[in-house]
Write a protein that binds this ligand. Structure first.
Ligand code: ADP
Length: 482
């Protein structure tokens, strides 16, 4: 089978969040199952060129029609790890903005990308069996396919994945005109008409309606976005897709996150060798100038964003310190208010030797924290899938997580029904919930250590790889034998 992914991100060359990692992890899985995979992605000026091998000019002289004008574009080819990529480079400033998203005309930039991606496939006589699109930025691909490009020879099965339903690509009917769609036929309830804002077009909704299958990144998130207002207005649309809407948990890149072979940590270890894990705890304490202690290390590694539950992260600091633990936070905040709040907290705790708050993005330190920590706290308001709880488990750090989205699917409470529990969960987003779950975790550590070690062991034994999710996607693609 020939699978083409059309995506705004690919790790590590163009990464903002988890979507980038999915392309990488799922792409490799598709290849390993023996299929031909290509990734179509914009040629951002902000691409990390040193993460692309063999970057060379590809087919030249291509054009697309946009806003009533002919827009020429070039294509560059290159390999991101093992994945062959086609980078689309329009002869204008659409992708020369120094960043991936956040521009006022994001809707226009990515609409142009969607058209150009399809024109590339037509012009180079690629006839993929499957086109897999990701998030609102590529949602116009299945719409344009249905309206125009099937008649031009493309006949793929289409899969559309929602990585975060908060961002839907709301825009005006004029964009539809520019991209070559007729607003009169598209601005209707079963196509792109936004269900919330009168007169607006909703690109994600268009992608949901026009694709053969629609997925999101965990079972629980699939339930939440169909059944509650976590669907941000699209719950009815998703319910309408019935059995064509699936939740498939994201996988973890098991090569990158492998405690026994991890070159970022000083003492690689496996689940039968927890004494070596302790050596990483000592290394973490030394690196952050924390006191030696018999207590547990409780950690948070996160974007500091409202989604991630900043109030409860704040609370977890004090809860841990009051219960004989040490607290480590590695966080990067884009929001200046959230940033100021945590820097203020760091100042207040600066004299203590049982707590360190580190700001910024630091891959090396993140690995050392997972390897050294006894618990990771993930109190998200919502979490489509989440990786930190899975990484924590793999590295023997027991998760304390809010039971939402992918966290609910992957963390099994010590007092729940799963015979092999892996952590602690709480339901409502409030301090009582966090206090209960983190209190139980710290209590087990202090008073029933063998029980705590059993949770740690169970978590390390779980399979969070892409194997199973990869098989589920291949089945949706209609791969023979999947
Ligand atoms: P999201 O994609 O919403 O940020 P996920 O839990 O899906 O959240 O993925 C987060 C990934 O980013 C994990 O691999 C985590 O280790 C990493 N990460 C988050 N914050 C930082 C940071 N400040 N420094 C280093 N790595 C980070």
């Amino acid at each position: 089978m020939h699978v083409v992914m059309v995506t705004p991100e690919i790790a590590p060359a163009a990464k903002v969040g988890g979507l980038a990692d999915v392309i990488h992890g799922l792409g490799r899985e598709v290849q390993q199952a023996g299929h031909r995979l290509e990734v179509v992605v914009p040629f951002y000026d902000s691409l990390r060129r040193n993460r692309i091998a063999d970057l060379t000019p590809g087919p030249a002289g291509l054009v697309t029609l946009f806003g009533g004008a002919i827009v020429p574009f070039d294509v560059h080819t290159g390999m991101v790890h093992d994945l062959p990529c086609l980078f689309i480079d329009p002869h204008n400033d659409a992708f020369r903005r120094g960043r991936i998203y956040g521009e006022r005309d994001d809707d226009v930039r990515f609409a142009l990308f969607c058209r150009a991606a399809l024109d590339l496939l037509v012009a180079t006589e690629r006839r993929p069996d499957v086109i897999h699109c990701h998030d609102w930025a590529t949602a116009l691909v299945p719409v344009l396919l249905a309206e125009e490009y099937r008649a031009r020879g493309l006949a793929p099965r289409t899969c559309f994945t929602l990585h975060n339903i908060l961002h839907q690509g709301r825009t005006g009917p004029d964009l539809l005109r520019r991209v070559g769609l007729d607003p009169l036929t598209q601005m209707v309830p079963d196509r792109l008409l936004d269900p919330v804002t009168p007169g607006a077009a909703n690109l994600m909704k268009g992608g949901i309606q026009a694709s053969d299958v629609v997925t999101t990144v965990s079972h629980r998130y699939a339930e939440e976005v169909t059944a509650t207002d976590m669907g941000h207005g699209l719950q009815g649309v998703l319910r309408g897709r019935g059995a064509d809407f699936h939740g498939i948990r994201n996988g973890l890149d098991e090569e990158h996150w492998h405690p026994a072979t991890d070159s970022h940590i000083p003492h690689p270890f496996d689940r039968d060798d927890l004494a070596t894990k302790r050596a990483n705890t000592a290394a973490l304490r030394a690196r952050l100038d924390l006191a030696d202690s018999d207590g547990p290390v409780v950690a948070v590694v996160t974007r500091l964003d409202a989604q991630k539950g900043v109030e409860l992260i704040h609370r977890a600091v004090f809860m841990t310190l009051a219960n004989g633990g040490q607290f480590v936070l590695l966080g990067a905040a884009l929001d200046p208010d959230i940033d100021a709040r945590f820097r203020d907290l760091a100042d207040r705790l600066a004299d203590r030797n049982d707590c360190r708050l580190v700001f910024g993005h630091d891959e090396d330190l993140a690995h050392l924290i997972y390897a050294g920590a006894d618990m990771v706290v993930v109190p998200s308001r919502f979490e489509p899938c989440g990786l930190t709880q899975m990484i924590g488990m793999r590295y023997g750090a027991v998760p304390v997580a809010r039971a939402t989205g992918g966290l609910a699917d992957t963390v099994h409470d010590a007092h729940g029904t799963d015979p092999e529990p892996t952590g602690f969960t709480f339901d409502a987003y409030d301090t009582a919930g966090l206090d209960n779950a983190l209190g139980r975790a710290l209590g087990l550590w202090h008073h029933h250590r063998a029980e705590f070690e059993r949770l740690r062991h169970n978590g390390m034994a779980r399979d969070w790889s892409w194997r199973e999710p990869g098989r589920e996607y291949l089945a949706l693609y209609g791969a023979p034998g999947a």
